[in-house]
Design a protein around this ligand. Structure first.
Ligand code: DX5
Ligand code: ZN
Length: 220
């Protein structure tokens, strides 16, 4: 069943020189989760945040840390991200040879497990793991950078996964990530998404705009 919409600002678009303050500002502005994009310069062509930064941010908010790992191999870093304060750990099926095992490892660390699908990765990837996981993340851009344009074809994938989740009957979050803004958030929600990641659309205009920016993404 589709759950109430939650907004997860991606701190990739925050001011990295003031990251703690930025996290507090989006918390106060109404962010439901904090989306943290971890990139390794290998699985994706960019380098971002490691466990040390996540640990440093942890005291700044009590909100859910939604950690999106775009690193390969991923297995060796799961414990580090669990220990530094991640609540949800999301991996890509292409980031390691044994997705099912990776999911079990995340759960054994006491964290929620998510699976993220790149734009070309079919929903079928979920067939034998969906019942095991807490979240599906549909990438609506190719992972690596903020500020890219939303890829419309991913709405069909969201619709298909919404049906699969409803068949399972568990409260599995369906998150969309990439190019989300006030002009397309309603379409993502109508397709069945219940968590929207937004980097550029949250942080545009600076701290005085965060609350309005987040509100505009709820699609009401
Ligand atoms: C892209 C990241 C996204 C990105 C979203 O690889 O996974 O979370 O930061 O940024 P916007 O909302 O600017 O597309
Ligand atoms: Zn992300």
């Amino acid at each position: 069943m589709q759950q109430p919409v939650r907004i997860a600002p991606s701190i990739l678009s925050a001011d990295f020189a003031r990251l703690g303050e930025e996290v507090r500002a989006i918390d106060e502005a109404g962010a439901d989760w904090i989306h943290i994009d971890v990139m390794d310069g290998h699985f994706v062509p960019n380098l971002t945040i490691g466990p040390g930064v996540v640990k440093a941010l942890r005291p700044h908010t009590a909100r859910t840390f939604d950690v999106h790992l775009m690193i390969s191999p991923v297995e060796a870093f799961l414990a580090a991200f669990a220990e530094c304060g991640a609540d949800i750990i999301t991996v890509h099926p292409e980031a390691g040879p044994h997705l099912h095992r990776t999911i079990q490892t995340i759960k054994s660390l006491g964290k929620k497990a998510g699976v993220s699908l790149n734009p070309a990765t079919p929903a079928k990837m979920l067939d034998y793991v969906l019942e095991e996981i807490d979240l599906v993340l549909v990438m609506s851009v190719n992972p690596g950078f903020g500020g890219q344009s939303f890829i419309d074809s991913q709405l069909r994938k969201v619709e298909a996964i919404r049906k699969q989740i409803d068949k399972v009957g568990k409260a599995i979050d369906l998150e969309v990530d990439g190019g989300i803004d006030a002009s397309n958030c309603r379409r993502a929600i109508d397709a069945g998404a219940d968590v929207l990641v937004a980097g550029t659309a949250t942080f545009t205009g600076g701290p005085s705009r965060y609350a309005d920016n987040i509100k505009a993404l709820r699609g009401q």
